[in-house]
Design a protein around this ligand. Structure first.
Ligand code: DQA
Length: 151
């Protein structure tokens, strides 16, 4: 199975941005970690990070017909972007929402998630492990779906 791992704005600044919240792991370190864990799970992963909303929309559109699922940490666009929500709905791939921090225990405005409306599950506040749990969950969902269609 092949998954697109999407990271939104400011996640390229991991390791520098608010380390007391996000830790000291860099974006490259995060990619390496997810790659290793995905290999352990027998999954293929492709990464995309952008600070631009339109670029994120295009990356999601390009996943159509190529990927089995999407793991997305939309950063701040999580809480604002109807365009990214619509892109997720358009490709209709199983998608999992990830946040390094526990967004529900932060500011009020982070409690709203547009992207979550197109996602089957959410991993928030688990740090880098959230991405791996998201891949595991998507594999489980896709495998269950395949079994159903075989029956
Ligand atoms: C984040 C949480 C968002 O509210 C924030 O805007 C981010 C990162 C997280 O991973 O915890 O950029 O998605």
């Amino acid at each position: 199975m092949k998954f697109l791992i999407v990271n939104g704005p400011n996640l390229n600044m991991l390791g520098i941005r608010e380390p007391e919240l996000y830790g000291t792991l860099t974006y490259d370190g995060l990619v390496q970690y997810i790659r290793g864990q995905a290999a352990r799970l027998g999954a293929e992963v492709e990464f995309f990070q952008s600070n631009g909303e339109g670029e994120l929309v295009t990356a999601i559109q390009k996943a159509y017909g190529r990927m089995d699922g999407i793991v997305i940490n939309g950063g701040a666009y999580t809480h604002t972007s109807i365009a990214i929500l619509d892109a997720l709905k358009a490709v209709s791939l199983p998608a999992a929402e990830v946040h390094l921090t526990d967004v529900d225990s932060r500011e009020e405005f982070r409690k709203v998630s547009y992207l979550g409306m197109a996602c089957c599950c959410r991993f928030s506040g688990e740090g880098k492990a959230g991405y791996v749990h998201a891949i595991e969950k998507l594999i489980e969902i896709i495998e269950a779906d395949n079994t159903k269609s075989i029956k």
